[in-house]
Design a protein around this ligand. Structure first.
Ligand SMILES: [Fe+2]
Ligand SMILES: [Fe+2]
Length: 197
């Protein structure tokens, strides 16, 4: 899917459905982190002011997703609780390079964000299929709708990286490197009932 270099083990979705409450709590935190990361990027986009508004719009959409998942938690009587550790995202963001506030770092952060969106899209698809197979059609529809947003966010963040860089070929080359690193990280995960677990 997209530029992902490894596939998530379908057994992950079985575990996720069995522990859907846990996944939903983790998912809520993921949406919140996606919103705050888009805002953080917007606040540092001095080198490319044209990407500020698209990032603010993205943050608003992620915030709306956060609100939707929070509503689902409330319906189930679940509490948000503290943010779970997300080793997957931390490891991937650890590969972002370049000096602070520089163009190279902004491109890397946008591409890492695009990869996280692509992976979420892949996982939501697996989850929607597994939920549907168990007759949980409402929850399946919820994840099907969200996966289309994640696909759009992948495309948006990749496009913004090209806008910041001004060089399609170097963005493509860097995306290949980061996608390969992301694939290796994903291969070590997929065992826990969490969006990137
Ligand atoms: Fe989202
Ligand atoms: Fe997203």
């Amino acid at each position: 899917m997209f530029c992902l270099t490894t596939e998530t083990d379908p057994e992950w979705a079985e575990r996720a459905v069995e522990q859907l409450d846990r996944v939903l709590v983790d998912h809520a935190h993921c949406e919140m982190k996606a919103a705050s990361s888009a805002l953080a990027l917007a606040g540092r986009a001095v080198i490319a002011p044209s990407i500020v508004r698209p990032l603010v719009a993205l943050a608003q959409e992620e915030l709306a997703h956060f609100d939707e998942v929070l509503a689902e938690l409330e319906r189930r009587g679940l509490e948000l609780g503290p943010p779970p550790v997300d080793d997957y995202a931390a490891e991937l963001l650890g590969h972002v390079k370049g000096p602070r506030s520089g163009r190279e770092r902004m491109v890397d952060r946008l591409l890492a964000g695009a990869l996280i969106e692509a992976r979420s899209c892949e996982r939501f698809k697996l989850l929607a299929e597994a939920l549907g197979q168990r007759g949980l059609h409402e929850q399946a529809a919820f994840y099907r709708e969200l996966l289309t947003s994640e696909a759009r966010h992948y495309t948006l963040l990749r496009r913004l990286a090209v806008e910041v860089s001004g060089d399609d070929a170097s963005v493509d080359a860097r995306m290949l490197e980061l996608a390969s690193l992301e694939g290796a990280i994903n291969a070590r995960h997929g065992t826990a009932a969490a969006i990137h677990g």
